[in-house]
Design a protein around this ligand. Structure first.
Ligand SMILES: [Zn+2]
Length: 598
């Protein structure tokens, strides 16, 4: 379904896009949006906001016919700060702390050339699925090729000015830290910001031997535990010493094995790339943070700090149960195992950047699909508001700059409810033939000839059932009949089970036939709801309202069936469950031979 965005809108994407255009016009430059990702470990769904906020703004502008470049800076020349607790990595990685991320070995079992590449690739694959168009820039490549050499020399020649600016903010930072801060919130922020670019706590270049905004990587041990001890502006001779004992003098105009400190590096790159829009997480927006400092540092490089909306955290529900083999970190790649790309785009588009939200991967995940399906129905009808239409269009399609057109992202042709798919896959343990048989019976008016029209949603539901479905919601059909329960059945229960299997002797719909007589969802529904009615002298098809005794009898009968079939008090809808189990097996489990009249 193609949806055109032609009504005036007042959502955050529209507003930020308008602001981005106005800002770029003021500065006489094209709109250029940026994201910075430090591939220091698995890239958390919270950091996906760093990409999705500028992406959605760029996408809106492209729909308006405005050319926009989105760059993603892979901050892979950043130092390796700490060893994350993930599979394939052990304490031996401690020795690499302080080296650039591109010189740290990839986790065991990875075929990536280095640490940064391993984690970058995972996000790159997710971004393709999400329809994000961008130009990726490796900071390792930029620094080591000497692309920034002039800027590095400029920063060094302006180091006193930079130091004076930073000093003002250092005081602000101390004042803030002295005040009452929420330690838990700060810790949570630091945790979530792991893959954000730079670090709130990173050294800004000051030291006992003076202020230098450049830090070389040691030519002996490879780390940045180095201190610049002297610099000669004329010759660009830079002397450093390292924690390992190495001391060396290099010519900075030729030296490419080091980088500007983050608070200077970021504004330098705004200027280098002519960035006009780059959001950042809350940890970068405190009074002495890099974004605040950048306002005064950027002009040193002849540029202005870009528009930079702050984005709030993204919480994840359901990862506690995630096995450590998945790294324990909810990444975009993991979310896309269960969520179709348009749904994940939709979650990032529907909240303003400064509002936090949760991505539910737990038992609440089917509800996300229900809400999306409701939006889809609304948009297909004539009651949709412009906001609904925009939210849908931004999620389900992207402006493709190469094609100069809007491209639809793949959606499931026949979107059956996720909850139903999950429940059926759970019962059938993923058997395609059984799954098709049951799902066909669910919607007999629209015959289902194959499973392909249910994909990719069906595959997502299958993965979710296997990896995320809460254990207490799992259905395990009894392998053996419950002999003790069968022996304890009362006369009325046995009579009810006989009615279910063999009927009342009068045909449906007024009476009940044999269970197999109408082996469809509707037929089985009639059968299971009819048992308690026939037992009470009512017609099986009689519509009865407000009869509490009947309701209680039906519930008791359902509980009895669940106990005999799946060993619990609840389960998937009984007609679906019976269809899945098959009539023969149902007869076995309810003890056909044990319930005959004495
Ligand atoms: Zn060293």
């Amino acid at each position: 379904m193609t949806v055109a965005l032609n009504a005036p809108l007042d959502d955050w994407v529209t507003r930020l896009a308008d602001e981005a255009v106005a800002f770029a016009e003021q500065n006489d430059t094209p709109v250029k949006v940026a994201s910075g990702i430090s591939p220091s470990g698995p890239i958390h769904l919270g950091n996906l906001r760093e990409v999705m906020v500028p992406h959605l703004v760029a996408d809106e502008l492209r729909r308006r016919g405005i050319a926009v470049e989105h760059i993603i800076s892979w901050d892979d020349f950043d130092r390796f700060r700490k060893v994350p607790k993930i599979d394939g990595v052990d304490e031996s990685w401690e020795q690499h702390i302080g080296k650039p991320l591109t010189r740290v070995p990839a986790p065991h079992g990875s075929d990536a050339a280095n640490w940064a590449e391993h984690f970058r690739r995972e996000l790159e694959a997710a971004l393709i699925e999400l329809g994000v168009t961008y130009r990726g820039i490796s900071q390792t490549q930029m620094y080591t090729s000497g692309a920034y050499t002039d800027r590095v020399l400029h920063a060094m020649s302006e180091r006193r000015r930079i130091d004076t600016i930073l000093e003002r903010y250092r005081t602000l930072d101390k004042a803030k830290k002295g005040g009452a801060t929420d330690a838990d919130a700060a810790a949570a922020a630091a945790e979530a910001a792991d893959a954000a670019s730079g670090s709130a706590e990173e050294a800004d270049g000051s030291g006992d031997s003076g202020y230098y905004p450049y830090k070389p990587y040691c030519s002996v041990c490879g780390t940045d535990f180095t201190t610049v001890i002297a610099y000669d502006d004329e010759s660009t001779a830079l002397e450093y010493q390292c924690r390992c004992g190495h001391t060396e003098t290099v010519l900075l105009r030729e030296h490419t094995d080091g980088k500007l400190v983050w608070k200077v590096d970021w504004p330098m790159r705004w200027a280098f790339e002519k960035i006009t829009f780059e959001p950042s997480g809350v940890d970068h927006q405190s009074p002495g943070s890099s974004f605040a400092v950048g306002k005064d540092v950027a002009p040193i490089f002849g540029w202005r700090r870009p528009l930079g909306p702050m984005y709030a955290f993204v919480g994840i529900r359901g990862m506690a149960k995630m096995s450590s083999s998945k790294g324990g970190v909810p990444t975009a790649a993991i979310a896309l195992r269960y969520l179709e790309p348009p749904l994940l785009r939709w979650l990032y588009g529907r909240k303003k950047p400064n509002q936090s939200f949760d991505v539910a991967l737990d038992g609440e995940l089917p509800r996300t699909y229900d809400e999306w399906d409701a939006l889809t129905r609304k948009v297909s009808g004539d009651k949709a508001q412009p906001g609904d239409i925009a939210a849908y269009a931004r999620a389900a399609s992207v402006a493709d700059p190469a094609a100069g057109a809007v491209r639809e992202l793949p959606l499931t042709p026949r979107p059956m409810p996720y909850r139903t798919l999950a429940s059926v896959v759970d019962i059938t343990t993923g058997d395609d033939e059984q799954t098709l048989r049951i799902l066909s019976a669910l919607e007999p008016d629209e015959p289902l000839t194959g499973l392909d029209v249910l994909r990719p949603r069906l595959d997502r539901a299958t993965a979710w059932v296997a990896e995320q479905m809460p254990a207490e919601e799992r259905t395990v059909v009894r392998a053996e009949r419950d002999a003790a329960a069968l022996a304890a059945l009362g006369d009325e229960e046995r009579a009810a089970l006989r009615l279910l299997l063999d009927g009342s002797g009068t045909p449906a719909p007024a009476g009940l036939g044999r269970l197999e007589d109408d082996w469809t969802l509707a037929g089985i529904t009639h059968q299971v709801y009819g048992v308690a009615k026939v037992q009470r002298g009512l017609g099986a098809d009689q519509i009865v309202k407000g009869d509490k005794e009947l309701g209680a009898a039906q519930r008791a009968f359902f509980v009895l069936l669940y106990r005999l079939l799946v060993g619990g008090d609840t389960g998937p809808r009984l007609p679906t469950l019976l269809l899945a189990i098959g009539a023969e097996r149902v007869r076995e489990l309810v003890g056909e031979d044990r319930i005959q009249p004495n």
